[in-house]
Design a protein around this ligand. Sequence first.
Ligand code: 2B7
Length: 640
Amino acid sequence: MEKEKPSKSSASYSAENIQVLEGLAAVRKRPGMYIGTTDIAGLHHLVWEIVDNAIDEAMAGFCKNIDVIIHKDGSVSVEDDGRGIPVDKHSKTGKSALETVLTVLHAGGKFGEGGGYKVSGGLHGVGSSVVNALSTKLIATVYRDGKTYEQTYKIGEPQGDVEVVGKSDKTGTKIWFWPDPTIFEKTEFDFQTIQNRMRQQAYLTKGITLRMTDERSDLRYQFYFEGGIKSYVQHLNLNKETIGDIVYLEKEVPEGMIEVSLQYTQSFQENIFTFANNIHTIEGGMHLTGFRSALTRIINNYGRKNNLLKEKEENFTSEDVREGMTAIISVKLGNPQFEGQTKSKLGNAEMRAAVENVFGETFSEYLEEHPTDARSIFGKCALASRARLAARAARDTVIRKGALEGMTLPGKLADCSSRDATKSELYLVEGDSAGGSAKMGRNREYQAILPLRGKILNVEQARMDRILGNQEIKNLIIALGIGIGEVMDISKIRYHRVVIMTDADVDGAHIRTLLLTMFYRYLRPVIETGYLYVAQPPLYKFQQGKKVAYAYTEEEKEKVLKDFSDTSKVNVQRYKGLGEMNPEQLWETTMDPENRKMFRIQITDAEEADKTFETLMGAEVAPRKKFIQSHAKRVRNLDI
Ligand code: 2B7
């Protein structure tokens, strides 16, 4: 009997299969290429990829609810009530859309007529197959045609065909996955991180309900914002004194969808977040450019027309009209181009004019129709403009004076002898007494000490000119050697480690936050280059005869105690402040590179940082207290 030749379809199936396996192997070999990193950020990326697909289904108008669950065993499931990914086998490939989505890299786009999406995220564009490849196990469930279908995968490979496992009267997709611990540094999901993202996505897609549950801690949240990004602005301005109403517009134009929401506040910071297809465009791009130029043009026009800006007065700058503004700009378009260092800058040139026209028209109408608000907004911009001119003058004075004095190092600074910035460290120490201990305990070759007295200027409520007038701040700036404002030059920094060393109590946390705010607002390159650190003094000292040990966290306390033979005879001392340590102890526990623990300060999320500072520094007292008390001990960890 003649042997049957493999049919055409099964031949192409196996060829495709090999491609799939190679694709999955590539993802596992270089996960960073697909999800950025394999640290905690990369781990969460897995969730974003799956949730993004559900959001796409929602944006296409088919899904209203998305449920994210962190399970007790650390796995995550995401379920939507969309149409359910099709499970019938494709005649050519012999594969279902479900299997294709989960096994073919960059799978996306259309599955049959009208199945594709008009708009889709696609910044990372790697989708579910990457999540599948990086998971030890994944269960896909589809509710469709009155049935429940299921298919299980291990490390990206299907363990069998799609099977009917029951009936169902609902429709939707559920993806449940277990991240591979051999790929990720940590596989523990963070509730807060996921929660923030869910909230943001709910704001951006009005009318959808995002639920999240953490079965490990029994926490449940649900986000639904009828007002979409209008609610977002309201949320961002919660602790601020607002000026006028929230201006909101939503318009479909040939280039895509444009949604803008904004409100002025009495704060001095601008808070503008832009999105394209629900992806946070951190580096801005064309939509932002269009928005900014419309804003400047419309406010200046309004001022001229109403004779608020006199003939001999200069126009407001873009910065002037953005001071104190909170705004969300969200566009959706068919073929988004993401550019820039982190691929988070919208490159579609057509969006510039589109946003400029649509927003310009609405905003100028708003000003005409709300004369009282318009005057207040104009007044705020005028103030910003005057402050800018005053700040420039003050800055020039400081810089001139500094230059005249040859930038004499402040007397309070106990400098180190090394002139090699890469080896040098500057400790900013709270209070003169702790400063004294630090001066005695330090290694004077490469450790410099600058004691800071009193509550440093509350920068959130102060302007640049006042900040530069503060002696403590001047000392710090001169010691750093980088200048400030437009003339700042980070390459001149005199220390590659700038260490904030404060007490491990609530007051210490407050002073630390004040300093962090100041760095964040005015010396940001020090953070961006990774030069800013927070020292961590120990919380406990244990002593039994000659044996001494320290614990830096509450968790560590138990562990350290176990190292002693008879725990009942251990003398435990709780440190309340740096002042309780003598110079040797301070060196040994907090300053000696061999033993110390330090945290590098990172700004990963400008919104989070801003909120923290606003909560801590803003005019309202109650949220500030609450925040300090509940977060005093939480700082990002990076052991040196
Ligand atoms: C571009 C690919 C990824 N897809 C569909 C249809 C519905 C659908 C999806 C999804 C994540 C976790 C629960 C289309 C689209 C694949 O083709 S993906 N729903 N939800 C999802 O991934 N959620 C679809 C046309 C007709 N019927 C269904």
